[in-house]
Design a protein around this ligand. Structure first.
Ligand code: DOR
Ligand code: ZN
Length: 335
């Protein structure tokens, strides 16, 4: 039987939520990942030292073993330097949302005024805290990410020592931006390596494929594959796995988010094998992230085997991508 082993898989963009949802989804990520960058967009965003420490404790209490590191993030506001110094040891990154652009982002940034942001971003550069960005404008939905490129350019050129992560990129414009500025990096989800807009609204509307940023055109998918499959050193896997209860997805006013965490590695094996790139998967799911973020996760060895695996219809109240469909890879062992 064909197998493929991954060491210390990392999910560099994960939504774990809180309360019962956290208890349901955290063990699923902890099973197959060594660690994850945990998003701060809770109903009341993670924005103080107390918030960070208490949320981390709730996450740790929800996972059944010690082999999962939640890399904590703070919700971006124009913080002063003294505050950032006081939280620097407790966070791995700060996550910036444009105001109102996605789930629980109302308290985000409403204008990119470099002068107003400069104390925070200079301090982050000095303290070596990366800035993770949800890069979308409020323009036409298919153009939002491409329109945001000028803001990435402004940030990258104004703060050349700041590591800026373009989160969950979906366009060829973002792929092209990677090599333009030394301090720009990106995460890519597994669903954006599989879906185009056709899989969301091309036939019947598919709520479980709907997320922000929305899946784009075939040529954008090709551009994402071109950097992911060769594990371009500036790209990392970040699932953006975003659980919503089934009734919030299959409803009038469908919540944005695709749930992939428990099947992400299996799907990645399938994609990388299909394009004869399995040898590059280790760098995409762990090594690149370790060097970009300078992190050293605890040892975990995940072996996948090539056999038919039917994706469950649901994980508690959450429906995953491709629910009920058969894929070709399954997890064999985790050590
Ligand atoms: O689809 C999304 N869901 N995109 C995001 O940026 C946020 C996420 C969520 O929190 O549900
Ligand atoms: Zn996200």
């Amino acid at each position: 039987m064909q197998t493929h082993t991954l060491l210390m898989p990392l999910d560099m963009h994960l939504h774990l939520r809180d309360g019962v949802m956290l208890e349901n989804v955290a063990p699923l990520s902890a099973y197959s990942f060594s660690g994850a960058i945990v998003m701060p967009n809770l109903v009341s965003p993670v924005s103080s030292l107390k918030d960070i420490q208490e949320y981390k404790q709730r996450i740790m209490a929800s996972v059944p073993n010690d082999y999962f590191e939640p890399y904590m993030t703070l919700f971006y506001k124009n913080y002063d330097k003294a505050f950032l110094e006081s939280v620097a040891d407790d966070i791995t990154a700060i996550k910036l949302y444009p105001a109102g652009i996605t789930t629980n982002s109302e308290g985000g940034v409403s204008s990119f005024n470099i002068k107003e942001m400069s104390e925070t971003l200079e301090a982050m550069s000095e303290l070596e805290i990366p800035l993770c960005v949800h890069g979308e404008t409020d323009g036409f939905v298919m153009d939002r990410e491409a329109e945001f490129m000028s803001i990435y350019e402004l940030l990258a050129s104004s703060f050349p020592k700041l590591k800026i992560i373009m989160e969950h990129i979906t366009t060829k414009e973002a792929v092209e931006m990677l090599d333009k500025y030394e301090n720009l990096y990106a995460t890519i989800t597994v669903h954006h390596l599989l879906l185009t807009l056709d899989d969301v609204v091309g036939g019947m509307m598919m709520p479980h494929n709907f997320c922000k940023p929305i899946a784009k055109r075939p040529e954008d998918l090709d551009a994402l594959l071109s950097v992911a499959l060769k594990a371009h050193p500036k790209v990392m896997f970040g699932s953006d796995s975003a659980p919503h209860p089934q009734n919030k997805k299959e409803s009038c006013g469908c919540a944005a988010g695709v749930f992939t965490a428990p099947i992400a590695l299996q799907l990645l094996c399938e994609i990388f094998e299909q394009y004869e790139s399995l040898d590059n998967l280790q760098a995409f799911v762990s090594d690149n992230a370790q060097s970009i973020y300078g992190i050293c996760p605890e040892f975990k060895e995940v072996t996948l085997e090539k056999r038919t695996f039917v994706i469950p219809q649901n994980y508690s109240s959450v429906v995953p991508i491709y629910a009920g469909q058969a894929i070709n890879w399954a997890i064999q062992t985790v050590d």
